[in-house]
Design a protein around this ligand. Structure first.
Ligand code: APR
Length: 240
């Protein structure tokens, strides 16, 4: 099991698997969002240029699903909040997810490296703003009032993830890296474990339903549903 002192900084990376038991589809699993969809047709700057209505509709549907009353944070989200509150060494929470379930689970200082579904961004003035309703080609930027320039604040394929300098800094300083609910398909997130293991004293653990593509790079692997294994792992860390 993981042996670390309580003043060790922790970095947590989460992926779609942590939200699966809240009722949100993952991308590549059974019934995944990318099943039957060509990602470049709905999640790329070229798609937005050529067929903005298709892109808006794809994200409007995901927003509607996220805002359904049945979709609530789960015990894995709450366990991460507890670790953030109680771990003396500090916890940096990085998520690939664009849902707001970590926020609703009580977590703070969340780094959304792939953006946020419930926010919009203007391609004219670059302002970022809350936007929970549907978006379309007539949507008006609340700041510069231009239309046709409002897009979902989500990082598309071919775009740079957000906050990378802050993430890299945290990875280089951490003593424990915890990867939860991600398949290891998409970089740079899938490469974070390689940054951490440059420090031979660091430890890395993946908590996932099944081994990810880069499971072999972790010092530890714990497998099962996030709502079971994440609270158990956090309880174990805190009970030292
Ligand atoms: N508990 C734990 N893990 C789970 C659960 C669960 N209940 N359900 C699924 N998983 C695991 C799957 O085994 C899989 O390894 O979560 C992972 C989800 O993988 P993906 O669907 O590929 O999602 P993710 O890794 O977050 O994708 C990364 O790809 O498409 C882009 O921008 C998108 O942020 C996304 C990125």
């Amino acid at each position: 099991m993981i042996e670390i002192s309580k003043d060790t900084p922790i970095v947590i990376l989460t992926g779609a698997g942590i939200s699966q038991e809240s009722g949100l589809a993952t991308f590549r699993g059974e019934g995944g969002l990318w099943k039957g969809i060509r990602v470049e047709e709905v999640a790329s700057p070229v798609a937005f240029e050529n067929q903005p209505d298709v892109v808006h509709s794809f994200y409007n549907k995901r927003k509607e699903k996220l805002l359904a009353p049945s979709v609530q944070p789960n015990d894995a989200h709450f366990a991460i909040k507890r670790l953030q509150d109680e771990w003396p060494g500090g916890v940096t929470l990085v998520t690939q997810n664009v849902d707001d379930l970590h926020e609703r689970g009580g977590s703070t200082d969340i780094i959304h490296m792939h953006g946020e579904l419930l926010k919009g961004r203007c391609t004219n003035c670059a302002d970022v703003f809350p936007w929970e309703g549907d978006m379309d080609v007539h949507s008006e930027c609340p700041k510069c009032h231009s239309t046709g320039t409002v897009r979902v604040h989500v990082v598309w394929f071919g775009e740079m993830p957000l906050m990378m300098p802050e993430i890299e800094d945290a990875l280089l300083k951490c003593g424990l890296f915890i990867s939860i609910g991600t398949s290891g398909n998409v970089y740079p997130a899938a490469g974070f474990v390689q940054v951490v293991i440059q420090n031979p004293a660091s430890q890395t653990v993946e908590l996932n339903l099944e081994p990810s593509l880069n499971a072999h790079q972790f010092t530890h692997g714990i497998y099962g549903p996030a709502t079971k294994i994440v609270p158990e792992f956090v309880d174990n860390l805190l009970s030292r």
